[in-house]
Design a protein around this ligand. Structure first.
Ligand SMILES: [Mn+2]
Length: 346
């Protein structure tokens, strides 16, 4: 099985990137042919950053610098506890904090829609996209590299870029990619593709990480620690917004332990009732996850009907409970968008 997977990966990688070092120049050129106007390129992930956004930005910026492109890894405020823990444990320098994109140029990693980008990305120049969230709405009239694959972590695509360029990875870059892969795949247990596994196995020895499990446990503990944060700060710490037809909705994502998940879910629901409706949002959702399950709650006019249409898991009780735990992009957002778009057609 393992061998078959490896063969399939080799075939795929060959089709996509021709990863043999001798071919590297071809892919290096794809980044180099863009005229950056002598200015720095900021490599940045999504708002409410996570280790995949931050690790991917650090590692890709390092690759670009290695091939002669002046690149700076960046992240939006506030760096989450899980990323902060990983950066410290892996002895990585935190990225530059940037909250306004206007007038700068960017390569976007780990996102491809304006709603998840830092403010005024529509007034910036986007010179590349590397993502695993499907096709977004970022526009460019220039011929830029766009690399999107449904892998478990954007960092695995950065790994493929290194291979494609034939560029050697430093231990620092390897550690940055690993923090993204470990987090997004929940220590290689969730949404893992052959490409992620290939990256993970190749990166571990380069990174010099002996106990990836211990590292992941530390990251997970940090992720579920919200010491000193208000309910609002917790709700918005990994919050994202979405559009479907004329509708707009936001989803918070919070982590808890099996002992606290019911209490945290109730607290988030109470908070959402307090703040919703607000601005141009029709619905607010919050998912609270522990290691085995995800509890989804909602507020807004007609939200319950929407939930009933969207999730077969809904049994009429106060939360939709998914087992095993899930993520927004896998089980939550697609059914909501489909239901709202169909509603629009009625
Ligand atoms: Mn990601």
């Amino acid at each position: 099985m393992k061998r078959k997977r490896r063969e399939l990966l080799a075939l795929l990688a060959g089709m996509i990137l021709s990863p043999a070092a001798a071919d590297g120049a071809r892919y290096i050129q794809l980044f180099q042919k863009i005229d950056y106007g002598g200015a720095a390129v900021y490599v940045i992930g999504h708002k409410s950053p996570d280790p995949d956004s931050i690790g991917s930005a650090i590692a890709l910026a390092e690759l670009l610098n290695a091939i002669g492109i002046q690149a700076v890894p960046a992240a939006s405020e506030r760096i989450d506890n899980e990323s902060a823990y990983a950066l410290k444990a892996l002895e990585l320098e935190p990225p530059l904090i940037l909250d306004d994109a206007e007038g700068k140029q960017f390569i976007l990693v780990d996102h491809c829609v304006y709603a998840h980008a830092i403010d005024h990305m529509d007034l910036a120049r986007v010179v590349g996209i590397l993502d695993h969230h499907g096709v977004g709405d970022i526009k460019s009239t220039e011929l830029i590299p766009v690399f999107s694959m449904p892998v478990g972590a954007a960092a695995s695509l950065v790994f493929m870029c290194y291979r494609g360029c034939g560029t050697e990875m430093t231990p620092r870059a390897a550690r940055a990619m690993l923090m993204g892969i470990l987090s997004d795949t929940r220590n290689m247990t969730y949404n893992v593709t052959a490409a992620d596994r290939e990256a993970y196995e190749a990166l571990l020895p380069i990174a010099g990480i002996e106990d990836a499990d211990a590292l992941y446990e530390g990251m997970k503990d940090a992720k579920t620690t919200y010491d000193g944060m208000t309910t609002g700060e917790i709700f918005y710490s990994k919050y994202k917004e979405y559009e479907a037809g004329p509708y707009r909705f936001g989803i918070g994502s919070v982590f808890a332990s099996p002992e606290t998940i019911a209490e945290v879910s109730a607290e988030m629901k109470r908070y959402m009732r307090e703040i919703c409706p607000q601005g141009d949002l029709d619905y607010l959702f919050c998912m609270v996850s522990d290691s085995d399950s995800t509890w989804l709650s909602w507020v807004g006019d007609g939200a319950e009907e929407l939930v009933r249409e969207s999730f077969q898991e809904y049994d009429g009780s106060e939360y939709v409970i998914f087992r095993p735990a899930t993520t927004r992009k896998l089980k939550i957002v697609p059914p909501l968008v489909t239901a709202l778009e169909n509603r629009d057609k009625k």
